[in-house]
Design a protein around this ligand. Sequence first.
Ligand SMILES: NC(=O)c1ccc[n+]([C@@H]2O[C@H](COP(=O)([O-])OP(=O)(O)OC[C@H]3O[C@@H](n4cnc5c(N)ncnc54)[C@H](OP(=O)(O)O)[C@@H]3O)[C@@H](O)[C@H]2O)c1
Length: 246
Amino acid sequence: MSNQTNSKTVNRPYIVCHMMTSLNGKITGPFMQLPETRIVDEEYERTNETYHPHAWLCGRVTMEENFTRGHKPELDENVPIYSRTDYVAKPNAEMYIVSVDPSGKLGWTQNYVDYMSRPRAHIIEVLTNKVTDAYITYLRKYEISYIFAGEDSLNCTLAAEKLKSLFDIEVLMLSGGGFINWSFLQEDIVDELSIVMIPVTDGETDTVTLFEKADYLPSKAPVAFSLKSVEATEGDGVWLRYIVKN
Ligand SMILES: NC(=O)c1ccc[n+]([C@@H]2O[C@H](COP(=O)([O-])OP(=O)(O)OC[C@H]3O[C@@H](n4cnc5c(N)ncnc54)[C@H](OP(=O)(O)O)[C@@H]3O)[C@@H](O)[C@H]2O)c1
């Protein structure tokens, strides 16, 4: 199941949106603390591995919550002016973690992430041209790779193409949150949707669902899927796999 190259993935990775949700389609909230969630979380990792991914990608909010923990970058304003050129600090890493951070807010203090049993992942920041020279200098200091994808607003297709051409990423797991998931989906570059559903719910009304459209994105028609497989998991979860219909 590793590399599902087709005519759409000649210039970009095969992209699987792989997410864990509650029964009511939420991806975060109080249900995350339940023991039922912990069991299915292990299934999320198991099913993730079946794709043999080279990278996973998350939005800025997810990165901040799970990895940089709100740490702010220490920026020196007295820095050289950088051309907006991509920077590959570590080619051929065993695993990459791709961080969509359009204006350069994340305060990384090292150039890798260790997460559960996954191989150590080298960080690639996805920036837009509006990022400051001070932030580029900061990334250089920590030897963090970065690519530019968009002038002011994010161009997900360009980012995906660069991930393949510069880092040889063939299989990319698009792993939330809801805002980055919809950004990729609305550019028609998601190939597969993989949901590991936990048998829990809560009644929260202000938490994020699987797909969320940011106000700054144009409206787009709803997206339909065809079912690929359904599998019961440990802990009464369900692994649902869908292919995006064209
Ligand atoms: N259950 C799961 O499997 C799972 C997986 C991952 C995350 N999560 C949870 O999801 C929650 C966060 O989700 P979220 O949807 O709020 O945030 P998110 O998608 O992680 O990050 C959103 C941010 O990414 C940037 N971004 C995303 N799309 C963009 C676009 N088209 N153009 C420009 N920038 C874009 C923006 O950063 P700026 O604001 O800097 O511009 C935006 O605020 C967290 O609680 C996390 O734990 C759950």
